[in-house]
Design a protein around this ligand. Structure first.
Ligand code: ADP
Ligand code: MG
Length: 212
C-alpha cells in the first residue's frame, strides 16, 4: 500500500529540514539565537508521533491538529506563527470541500493570520517574505487556471525568490531587528525553513499523478 499522503509530506519536510539543519541553525545564530531548527524539529517530531491519527481525519481537523501540535510543542516566535498558520487554515476550511480553489483561498487567509499575529508585512526579513509571495502566486495561478505541475514549479520559484530577498533586508521584526544594519547580508532563518518546507511539499505533490 502506498504511504498515506500526510506521512509522505511530513517525511519529506523532516528530511529537507534535517538535510539543511546546520545551515539554518547558523543563519539563526548569526542574526537570532540559533534555536530555530531545534524548535522546528521538536514540532515535526511531535507530529511524527501522532502521524497515524491523521489517517481518518477530515482535512480541516487535520490542519487543526497540525496547528495545535506545533503551537504546543515548538516554542519560539516561529512556534506560535506556524501554529497560527495551520489553526487559521483549519478554521477557514471547516465545512468546505478540498479543491485547489478553496485551498488557495484558505492558505491565503492563513498567511493573513500570520501577518496579524506577528504584526508584520512583506519586507521585514521574516518567514513572511517566503509565505506572502507563495500565497499570492497560488491565488493568482489558480484564478488563471495554470496547469498543476507548472503551478508547483511557480510556487517553488516564488519561495526561493522570497527567501533570497531577505538577504538584503534590515529586520524590523523578531530578534534580528535588534541588529539594525548588521543583519544585512544574512538570509532570515524562518524564510529559509519556510522555503525548504514549501519546496519539499511541492516536490511530493509533483509526483502525485492522481492530483494532476
Ligand atoms: P525565536 O525568534 O523566538 O528564537 P525561532 O528562532 O524559532 O524563534 O524563529 C525565528 C523566526 O521567526 C525568524 O527567523 C522569523 O522568520 C520569524 N519571525 C520572528 N518574528 C516574526 C514576526 N513578528 N512575524 C513573522 N515572522 C517572525
Ligand atoms: Mg531563534
Amino acid at each position: 500500500m502506498p504511504e498515506p499522503l500526510f506521512s509522505q509530506l511530513l517525511n519529506a519536510v523532516e528530511q529537507a529540514i534535517s538535510d539543511n539543519a546546520d545551515e539554518v541553525t547558523e543563519l539563526d545564530r548569526v542574526i537570532g539565537d540559533g534555536d530555530h531548527i531545534i524548535n522546528l524539529q521538536r514540532g515535526l517530531a511531535a507530529l511524527k508521533v501522532i502521524e497515524n491519527d491523521f489517517l481518518n481525519l477530515e482535512w480541516s481537523e487535520a490542519l487543526m491538529k497540525v496547528g495545535t501540535t506545533l503551537m504546543s510543542t515548538m516554542g519560539g516566535a516561529s512556534g506560535s506563527l506556524f501554529g497560527t498558520l495551520f489553526i487559521s487554515m483549519a478554521k477557514e476550511a471547516r465545512g468546505q470541500k478540498l479543491d485547489s480553489t478553496t485551498f488557495s483561498a484558505i492558505f491565503y487567509q492563513g498567511v493573513e493570520s500570520v501577518k496579524n499575529r506577528g504584526k508584520a508585512e512583506i519586507g521585514e526579513k521574516t518567514m513572511l517574505d517566503t509565505l506572502i509571495p507563495v500565497a499570492n502566486c497560488l491565488k493568482e495561478s489558480i484564478a488563471n487556471e495554470i496547469e498543476f505541475k507548472q503551478l508547483l514549479k511557480n510556487l517553488s520559484e516564488q519561495a526561493h525568490a522570497g527567501m533570497s530577498s531577505t538577504k538584503g533586508m534590515i529586520a524590523t521584526k523578531g530578534r534580528a531587528s535588534y541588529l539594525g544594519e548588521r543583519a544585512i547580508g544574512h538570509i532570515d532563518a524562518g524564510a529559509r525553513s519556510s522555503q525548504l518546507m514549501i519546496c519539499a511539499i511541492t516536490e511530493v505533490l509533483s509526483q502525485q499523478t492522481d492530483l494532476c
